[in-house]
Design a protein around this ligand. Structure first.
Ligand code: AMP
Ligand code: MG
Length: 318
């Protein structure tokens, strides 16, 4: 199947999961948030989103592997939590229920490599989801080290003020578009045309453990950037560069040796590049998605509107 034919079903899957995540957010109860072994949070919505999307992908492309963030491990001895997740998933798809949920989640255990395979972060920015900030349902198709197609569901992102909920899409030979509703026609988008770093708006993680805020603050001062930094959780940062709200997204390593996860970048990269932007690591190397579940051959990330990339790399690298 041509990857362009997968755009429409991928969009439908991401819309459904995004709606389910917001349904959970409106009804969060004690116990809906759990803590994983690595001490990061996971919620009923992360599991529900993954199960709904994997159900669709398993029927759409049964031969393709899926690299997804969550697994059933922590749920197998917690039937109450499984029942709670199924309460939400069955509203959207009765086939994603208490009996099928655990096995569906485990369809996402592919090791990655050359592909083609899907990669999914069912909720990127779980901390944002919990604090009422941005988060993204991030789905991408990857082949030979690069994403061919990316869909980013951002249920709290506002293009039209007061109307949250945008899905961004793009890929190889696929126009960059943003969808503010599932039924209305999409809008095309382009990264901004800024050519001066001093006038560039920068975005970065909210979490100081995920990017070096002190280092970006120094860069902003050195470059004389006067616009506010846009801090937001998740790959919504890629989306904001892709549609021109920001010109630059920096991810400056805090922990030496941290390997970025492929599901944290694949969909965002597909969207931003389709919109004319560029993404490399801090050494100017393309992100290599063929190295397993992490970008182990890359260090940090710089995403730009394209025109600023060279200058941004030279400045950040120095
Ligand atoms: P963001 O919302 O951009 O801060 O990114 C959220 C993602 O950061 C999560 O999905 C994690 O996979 C990832 N993450 C966790 N620890 C780190 C770290 N030490 N450095 C960079 N990213 C991390
Ligand atoms: Mg993530």
């Amino acid at each position: 199947m041509n990857h362009k034919d997968l755009l429409s079903p991928a969009l439908a899957a991401v819309w459904e999961a995004s709606r389910c995540c917001e349904a959970v957010a409106e009804d969060m109860r004690v116990g809906d948030k759990q803590t994983k072994e690595d001490r990061s949070p996971v919620t009923v919505a992360d599991y529900a989103s993954q199960a709904l999307i994997l159900h669709r992908l398993s029927r759409l492309t049964p031969d393709l592997g899926i690299v997804a963030e969550e697994g059933s491990g922590d749920l197998r001895d917690n039937p109450d939590l499984v029942a709670r997740i199924a309460r939400f998933t069955t509203r959207f798809n009765p086939e994603v229920n208490e009996d099928t949920l655990l096995d569906l989640l485990d369809l996402g255990d592919h090791p990655g490599g050359d592909g083609p395979f899907w990669t999914l972060d069912p909720i990127d920015g779980t901390k944002g989801f919990l604090r009422g900030g941005q988060y993204a349902v991030a789905l991408a198709l990857v082949k030979d080290g690069s994403p061919l197609l990316g869909v980013l569901g951002c249920p709290r992102y506002e293009i039209d003020p007061g109307h949250p909920g945008v899905v961004f899409s793009g890929g190889a030979g696929i126009e960059a578009r943003m969808w503010t509703s599932e039924s209305a026609p999409p809008r095309q988008m382009r990264a901004c045309s800024e050519i001066n770093l001093a006038d560039a708006r920068l975005c970065e993680s909210v979490e100081s453990a995920h990017t070096a805020h002190d280092r970006s603050a120094r860069l902003i001062k050195d470059l004389g950037i006067s616009t506010d930094v846009l801090r937001m959780d998740s790959q919504a940062k890629y989306a904001s560069v892709a549609h021109g709200a920001a010109a630059l997204y920096l991810r400056l390593p805090v922990k030496k040796g941290y390997q970025e996860k492929i599901w944290d970048h694949a969909a965002g990269l597909a969207v931003i590049e389709a919109a004319g932007g560029r993404v490399t690591d801090l050494d100017g190397k393309p992100l290599d998605f063929s190295q397993g579940q992490t970008l182990k051959d890359n260090r940090g990330v710089i995403a730009t509107n394209g025109t600023l990339h060279h200058a941004a790399l030279a400045t950040v690298g120095s």
